[in-house]
Ligand binder design. Structure first.
Ligand code: FES
Length: 100
């Protein structure tokens, strides 16, 4: 069995929440929904041999709200909100060009 040559592997912390304007903690499902949306769309577009979007329980950046990291680029996205799924998809798109 050969191992896939991933162009990027994004890890989204699905435990993260953030403080809303009213001071309440955000719905913990938001991070899970972001990851699910991004995973579905990225794998549909590029295939599992090229991209993975995995859930993790903590990336150690809890004070920055919903967090994601991309390897091998070692690039981070912090303070994500539900509407940021398209930005994460654009982030992945930017790594899928031949010269990225
Ligand atoms: S709980 Fe998400 S980075 Fe720690």
């Amino acid at each position: 069995m050969s191992t896939p040559k991933l162009k990027c592997h994004v890890f989204v912390c699905t435990s993260c929440t953030y403080k809303e304007f009213n001071g309440n903690e955000s719905n913990p499902e938001i991070a899970k929904n972001i990851r699910s949306t991004v995973k579905t769309e990225a794998v549909k577009k590029y295939g599992r041999d090229n991209v993975r979007v995995s859930a993790v329980n903590c990336l150690g950046t809890c004070e920055h709200g919903i967090s994601a990291v991309m390897y091998p680029q070692n690039e981070w996205k912090l303070n994500l909100r539900e509407h940021d799924a398209p930005d994460l998809l654009n982030w992945i798109d930017s790594k899928m060009t031949p010269n990225s």
